[in-house]
Write a protein that binds this ligand. Structure first.
Ligand code: MN
Length: 729
């Protein structure tokens, strides 16, 4: 081993010892052997790989684990962090991880590996698909997101070793994906750092402007703090509230965002400085608020009580902006120590090792509930991009708080409409919604709800959703309900229609079979239940012919007549196919194929405008076209426009020398050419047999192949395509 390698090894070992020292403080019972085993395994796996910074690659994974140890996470998470790049960057498989460290660790690594593929939001469907995987991975084990965030944090800290354009890409992705992710999971500590690191790369001039501004005003700010903190201490002590006060400048990016949003200079950003009062109990929070306001008057519209109404990421705190001596304003946050922990660590707080027990999962279920809900709703969403759009609303947007007429507070994602609110109250309210009043005034259902709006929903007696509502609502909850409704009602109507069609057709075909007897047929056709097949018929996805054609024939007394089933069925059906032909540029015209000549694609055809039955399509040369009553004004040009899977019925008349197995040979020949026989009829006089068959063909070419094959059957003397008028049937 090279001397450099040895030094690197010693550095890694020192890092690991430091990591273990941290862990043993908060978790003395931690499995030290398992942790070191993970270290040795991952170190060996990455042996020889280098980072762009020139350090051994494994420093990265080890740092990620250390960041997580600072959040006091459990041993499995730390190991998963140490091995998180092993599957992606070495020859080891997920199975190797599972065998060594168990399925929990393997799951986390799997999730992290999948998330690695994610690039900026909303680029294309493939990326959205990866996002789905992310949501799934997090729903399965929320620790996955902690590892991924720590991974990104370390990569952002060491970004300067990459080329400029890579830096920009990664910083943008961090801003688009990981900052909102950290925010949604309430991990303020990571959110701020990621945001400021990305800000510095994306808008360096702005970043340094803010930095310079903060440095310039430092002395002034410290004087200000003293002016506030001293009287506040006294006031709180007087009220008997145990407390700690801390104050520091806000994060760079949040200052910049305020300046941009409100179009103001830095001197006018109220909460350049946030003062934080940490107390013991919830009651003390309100006592402290009282003490604060008795000293410094609040700005009435800038008090936010996130204790009574926590944010979706479970953030709790009271915010109040107060006026301080010199005409300045400052934002004060009041919260308990527990709330503070959760605000800084978010979801991580729930996985922290607790003395005398494992991870605290009490609120964790609540925290990922919304995520699981999205996974359920997501099943309704056909394409990944749409899923992404809804997810972005539920996941990444800020919240607004709105009120019901009764004064209840509801939290909605920013951008939500009154219709979203209606569905938020109850799906029935949503379905019956016909309008809304916001702050007493009628508004359109499309209008965006604002913080503090009081929303009243106007309803009708009957539900009235429409598919256009999907454009109006923003939340996945509302979308889910609307989609369900459309699906259900449309489905019911289609089933009804399909049932009517089939009842009529079965009757017309003189079949005793009832629609409810078609369960087997529906299964043969690949439907899980009868209603689904009926709906498909109702929607026109499959023709009634396909269904009726599959109804098993009633047993015949004469063996040779097995394939004989009333020619009426097919004759009646033949005239009723309505697609496959284009009529001189006109759409949606009723089209039927003449029974007399049964045209199929490839035949030259001509349309006759009938009275009340649309256009009837005939083969050119059909004797019926010679009808003296037909004037040229009733002839219309038509052309074939059939899909590749569309089939047409053709009746064939086969003359043959009667012999044993003749019918069997004919039907075998047809099945060898993949031809469906719709019906057949057999008659024999002396030793001459006549077989009439209706077969399904795609086009003329297909028919010619069939005729050729049939011509080779022993005994066959002639085959004719049925044409009314040329031969009596
Ligand atoms: Mn990594």
């Amino acid at each position: 081993m090279s001397p450099g390698g040895r030094t690197a090894d010693l550095d890694l070992k020192a890092m690991m010892e430091e990591l273990w020292a941290k862990v043993r403080v908060y978790n003395p019972q931690a499995d030290e052997d398992k942790l070191w085993f993970g270290y040795r395994f991952a170190k060996a796996a990455h042996e020889g790989q280098m980072r762009k910074s020139g350090e051994p690659f494994f420093t990265h994974a080890l740092t990620v684990a250390t960041i997580l140890a600072d959040l006091r996470l459990d041993v499995d998470t730390l190991i998963a962090a140490m091995v998180h790049d092993v599957v992606e960057d070495t020859d080891y498989e997920m199975e190797d991880i599972r065998q060594r460290f168990g399925k929990d660790v393997a799951h986390m690594v799997d999730g992290v590996t999948k998330i690695s593929g994610i690039r900026a939001v909303n680029k294309d469907a493939r990326k959205a698909e990866t996002y789905r995987k992310l949501v799934l991975a997090i729903a399965q084990d929320p620790r996955t997101v902690l590892i991924k965030l720590a991974d990104r944090l370390h990569n952002m800290r060491t970004l300067s070793f990459l080329k400029d354009d890579r830096q920009l890409d990664i910083a943008q992705e961090t801003m688009d994906v990981y900052v909102p992710l950290a925010n949604r999971f309430g991990i303020a500590r990571m959110k701020w750092e990621l945001e400021d690191l990305a800000f510095k790369v994306l808008q360096p001039e702005r970043y340094f402007e803010v930095e310079a501004g903060i440095n310039q005003t430092r002395a002034e700010r410290e004087r200000l703090i003293q002016k506030i903190v001293t009287p506040l201490h006294e006031s709180l002590n007087h009220a008997g509230v145990k407390h700690e006060i801390s104050g520091r400048p806000k994060h760079f990016y949040s200052i910049y965002r305020k300046m941009k949003e409100q179009d103001i200079g830095m001197d006018r950003v109220y909460d350049l400085l946030a003062l934080r009062i940490i107390v013991d109990t919830k009651a003390d929070c309100y006592h402290a608020l009282g003490a604060l306001h008795s000293q410094f008057p609040p700005l009435a519209d800038r008090i936010k009580d996130y204790i009574a109404t926590p944010k979706a990421n479970m953030y709790q705190s009271i915010h109040s902006t107060v006026r301080v001596p010199g005409g300045k304003y400052i934002e004060v946050q009041i919260r308990t120590g527990d709330m503070h922990d959760r605000a800084e660590l978010g979801i991580a707080a729930h996985w922290r090792y607790k003395e005398g027990g494992g991870a605290d999962k009490s609120d964790l279920a609540e925290m990922v509930k919304w995520l699981r809900q999205i996974m359920v709703w997501e099943e309704d969403v056909a394409d990944a991009e749409e899923f992404m759009e809804t997810l972005k609303v539920d996941f990444f947007r800020d919240e607004v708080f709105v009120f019901s007429p009764g004064g209840d507070v509801f939290q909605m994602p920013r951008g939500a409409t009154p219709l979203d609110f209606a569905f938020r109250i109850h799906s029935e309210v949503g379905f019956r919604c016909i309008g809304a009043k916001v702050n007493g005034r009628i508004v359109t259902l499309r209008s965006e709800l604002q913080n503090g709006d009081s929303v009243e929903i106007l309803t009708s007696k009957t539900p009235n959703p429409s598919s256009s509502w999907l454009e109006v609502v923003k939340t996945s909850r509302a979308k889910h309900h609307i989609r369900r409704w459309i699906k259900t009602t449309q489905f019911e109507e289609s089933v009804k229609l399909g049932r009517e069609i089939l009842e009529k057709e079965l009757k017309r075909a003189h079949l005793k079979t009832k629609v409810d007897d078609l369960v087997d047929v529906s299964q043969q056709m690949g439907y899980t239940d009868l209603d689904k097949m009926l709906a498909a018929v109702g929607r026109g996805e499959i023709t009634h012919m396909k269904v009726v054609g599959r109804v098993a024939p009633a047993p015949e007394s004469k063996a040779e007549k097995v394939i004989s089933r009333g020619k009426e069925i097919y004759d009646s059906l033949l005239g009723r196919s309505t697609s496959g032909v284009r009529v001189a540029g006109v759409d949606n015209l009723m089209v039927s194929f003449a029974r007399c000549c049964q045209p199929i694609p490839g035949d030259s055809i001509l349309g006759i405008i009938t009275r009340g039955r649309g256009v009837s399509v005939h083969r050119v040369g059909c004797s019926n076209l010679n009808d003296p009553n037909l004037g040229p004004e009733r002839m219309i040009e038509v052309s074939w426009d059939s899909g590749p899977d569309q089939t047409f019925m053709v009746k064939l008349i086969i003359q043959a020398v009667d012999r044993k197995n003749l019918l069997m040979d004919i039907s075998n020949t047809l099945s060898n050419t993949n031809t469906n026989i719709a019906s057949g009829e057999f008659s024999a006089e002396d030793d001459l047999a006549k077989v009439t068959m209706v077969v399904e063909v795609r086009n003329l070419n297909n028919l010619e192949k069939i005729l050729k094959a049939l011509g080779k059957v022993r005994g066959v003397q002639g085959i004719e395509r049925f044409q009314l008028g040329t031969r009596k049937n």
